[in-house]
Design a protein around this ligand. Structure first.
Ligand SMILES: Cc1cc2nc3c(=O)[nH]c(=O)nc-3n(C[C@H](O)[C@H](O)[C@H](O)COP(=O)(O)OP(=O)(O)OC[C@H]3O[C@@H](n4cnc5c(N)ncnc54)[C@H](O)[C@@H]3O)c2cc1C
Length: 298
């Protein structure tokens, strides 16, 4: 294939609706040729590369509520769809109550890119490598969506259907992400392995999250979510259940990491082989869980 040394964007029309109803109506009426966008860091790249050619780009950044970022100790955190990742990282409330989310955002590309990129764009893009999906799942995120039938909420637990595929329907505009207040005493960590330290998608990403839970046999509950090792963010359920039911020791942590590595289904691609990815899941999951455990048991 010949390389195009001067890639350009195809022509498109720009539309900025004033209400969510107007946005959803427009997207329904132009079901095959319109697309919503936020920071555009996925959309414009895919258009430049000839993978997308919408006739209309619908700029949803200025719609009401899109720029909200607010925390309430009882109800949790609301992140408006247009809030960029640098704003999330800079929020003192995010740093205090959701440091895992700030770390995940910090791992995305560069400061410059993060002035455009949003968490909700990362979620709607549904790349298995998306760096903020693990933290959003660990905090049991719920997406607030306006569609042709009005407002609905979608738990992220079953939102991702495959690479680039989600439960979003024609006319849907995600306008906020809700993260409930985290369990008391929770600790989270995100470990990302890329080909370089800056601006690369993950070869493997490991989100680990743990908290005291008297109802669990081990006294603790863990969540373990893996990026880039399955068609969707991979929740290592066997490893999570094992750590709830088995006393936490370095051996049980290693056994849980092995369960996660066995269960995930990576592919061979330019960033890494199946074998390498599984090995890295084992190593990084063991490291992430051990670091959390050291803090939890203090
Ligand atoms: C140089 C570079 C480096 C990158 N590095 C990383 C990285 O390290 N980690 C990583 O995870 N990603 C990375 N990305 C990918 C990208 O930056 C992220 O996925 C980003 O979070 C997308 O957010 P956005 O606001 O720009 O989304 P957009 O590009 O605006 O939209 C993304 C997708 O969501 C849809 N969409 C947008 N808004 C809505 C809405 N309100 N409702 C419904 N659907 C909507 C769009 O139609 C599109 O399909 C990189 C991209 C580039 C160009």
């Amino acid at each position: 294939m010949a390389i195009n040394t001067h890639p350009t964007l195809p022509e498109f029309d720009y539309f900025r609706p004033e209400t969510l109803i107007e946005a959803s109506d427009f997207l329904v009426h132009h079901a095959t040729d319109a697309r919503p966008f936020l920071g555009g860091t996925d959309v414009f790249v895919r258009m430049r590369d000839g993978l997308l050619s919408p006739k209309f780009l619908v700029d949803v950044k200025s719609l009401p509520g899109m720029n909200d970022l607010r925390f309430d100790p009882l109800s949790g955190l609301i992140i408006g769809a247009a809030v960029n990742m640098n704003r999330v990282i800079a929020s003192s409330e995010v740093q205090q109550h959701y440091p895992l989310l700030a770390d995940a955002c910090r791992s995305v590309a560069s400061y410059q890119l993060r002035t455009r990129a949003t968490i909700i764009g990362n979620i709607c893009n549904a790349s298995p490598a998306g760096d903020t999906l693990g933290a959003s799942l660990a905090f049991e995120g719920v997406l607030h969506i306006h569609g042709s039938d009005g407002v609905r909420r979608e738990s992220l637990t079953d939102f991702f259907l495959g690479p680039g595929k989600t439960k979003l329907k024609t006319g849907d505009v995600a306008f906020a992400l809700h993260l409930p207040s985290p369990p008391p005493g929770s600790i989270g960590i995100y470990l990302k392995l890329g080909r370089n330290k800056l601006s690369d998608l993950s070869i493997v990403g490991v989100t680990a999250f743990g908290y005291p839970e008297p109802a669990a046999l081990s006294g603790y509950r863990f969540r373990l979510i893996l990026a880039s090792v399955a068609p969707v963010p991979f929740v290592a359920k066997e490893a999570e259940a094992y750590l709830s039911n088995t006393p936490i020791t370095s051996d049980s942590i290693y056994a849980a990491a092995c369960l996660a590595a066995e269960a995930c289904t990576p592919i061979d691609d330019v960033r890494g082989s199946v074998r390498y990815r599984k090995q890295m899941v084992k190593n990084l999951a063991a490291r992430a869980l051990s670091e959390i455990w050291e803090k939890l048991k203090k």
